[in-house]
Design a binder for this molecule. Structure first.
Ligand code: SAM
Length: 419
């Protein structure tokens, strides 16, 4: 593959720098008497890139397993992030396939940073030019946790200044217009160690594209996927969300059971990146499409609010999952098994954004009584209510801590529901 071109002696520094981690052979070609010098990359796709995928707290295990199954090598897992190694193709494959990730970053490097000087020097040493061109935009954001550098605005300024200094040297210019492609730079400082990264996702990955408008208090799609995974969906067991709101849980269940990559209906920031070959996106989409399978899986998606049912139906149609999910209006306190095996997975109001405390307590008491009549069905309920088991009237067989955005929740799992 010819991946860098220089016209006769007009050396282009960016072309050279963009490929500096590759091994080149120089080829001379004559076209219409003009001499072209081409760099041919003989180590195509062999570059090992370090990535970080972020996720909601509590989903690291699922995210790690997905990364393993895509064939990449995990290096480290900490709260809310998994670091791993992969080739350039991982940019496309991970953005498309990772069901539990919020974002995928390319790591530029990590270093100790307990002072602003260390942050500046560490950042300036990083190969920004490997990815970012002379005219591209590179805004900076970030976080600091358990570290001496606590002022995010100050860290932002320092990282930006250091990136500019680095690029000034590389591109031999004093001014950057930043009118080109946007490369969002993200720093993360944990216990005085900084990691500087480039966001490849753009819009967060929980936004799959099928839910343009949601109702009040929707679940993040990534969390809904994790709830589904924990409920161990099967083709011969009906999954029912009787408080479906915008339909996120049944939709994620159908996507999972048909092995549909969650990112197939959206685009990603790195599709615009000059140094990410266009064909990796085409290949990854083709691969994802070939992996979709038909399934006998069925889900019910119901709510007492007709507007919610309408919204859920529209979202499920947009996701192409109508065949697997039936939407209808119903009171959750009146649902029946219909003599089939089933699992309830739901996210009732918590008394925070929907319902007041009294309504919520009444609902939980009624749910406990009614769901106990669903013979041998398993019940999975996510709520932020600390008092849930007392109100529901039963102790969960298993309880797992999950976060709905910033809201600390319990995922209550009842395995042995007897009539
Ligand atoms: C927190 S929202 C669910 C959000 C949903 N998981 C999503 O992702 O959009 C709770 C839903 O419970 C519904 N609800 C409350 N009481 C109900 C009942 N008795 N029967 C059915 N639905 C009920 C509300 O209308 C609301 O849509």
């Amino acid at each position: 593959m010819i991946c860098g071109v220089v016209f006769s002696d007009a050396a282009n520094r960016f072309s050279f720098c963009a490929f500096f981690q590759h091994l080149f052979v120089l080829i001379k070609i004559s076209i219409d008497g003009k001499v072209l010098l081409c760099y041919a990359d003989v180590m195509e796709n062999n570059e090992i890139i370090t990535y970080t995928a972020t996720c909601l707290f509590g989903l690291e295990k699922f995210l790690g397993e997905e990364i393993d199954s895509l064939g990449y090598k995990r290096i480290e897992t900490i709260d809310g992030r998994v670091t791993f190694e992969g080739d350039i193709g991982a940019v496309a494959r991970c953005n498309l396939h990772l069901r539990y990730a919020e974002r995928l970053f390319i790591n530029l490097g990590s270093f100790s940073a307990s002072t602003f000087d260390e942050l500046f020097e560490g950042t300036r040493a990083l190969p920004f030019e490997r990815w970012i061109g002379k005219d591209d935009a590179f805004p900076v954001g970030g976080h600091s946790v358990k570290s001496l550098l606590t002022s995010i605005p100050d860290c932002q300024k320092i990282v930006k200044k250091a990136a500019v200094e680095r690029m000034k040297e590389t591109y031999r210019t004093d001014w950057f217009n930043e009118t080109g492609v946007k490369y969002q730079i993200e720093f993360f400082i944990l216990r005085d160690r900084a990691t500087v990264m480039i966001d490849t996702s753009g819009v967060a990955l929980h936004k799959r594209g099928y839910r343009p408008a949601a109702l009040a208090a929707p679940l993040r799609e990534t969390l809904a996927a994790a709830m589904v995974k924990l409920s161990r969906p099967r083709e011969d067991v009906l999954l029912w969300d009787p408080m479906c709101g915008s339909g996120t849980i049944p939709c994620e269940a159908a996507l999972m059971m048909t092995n549909t990559a969650p990112g197939l209906s959206r685009s990603f920031a790195a599709q615009e990146f000059e140094s990410v070959p266009k064909e990796i996106w085409k290949n990854a989409r083709e691969e994802a499409l070939s992996l979709i399978k038909k399934s006998d899986f069925r889900a019910n998606c119901s709510d007492i609010d007709p507007h919610a049912v309408e919204t859920a139906q529209a979202n499920i149609s947009r996701a192409g999952m109508d065949k697997y999910v039936k939407c209808f209006c119903a009171d959750a306190l009146k649902i029946e098994t219909g003599g089939v095996r089933g699992t309830v997975v739901c996210n009732p109001p918590y008394g925070i954004r929907l319902f007041d405390r009294e309504q919520t307590e009444r609902l939980y008491r009624e749910m406990g009584k009614h769901f106990a009549t669903l013979d041998r069905w398993q019940i999975y309920i996510l709520t932020a209510c600390e008092d849930f088991e007392r109100l529901y009237g039963a102790r969960a067989d298993k309880k797992r801590r999950l976060y709905n955005g910033m809201i600390k929740c319990g995922f209550y799992q009842f395995f042995k529901n007897k009539k």
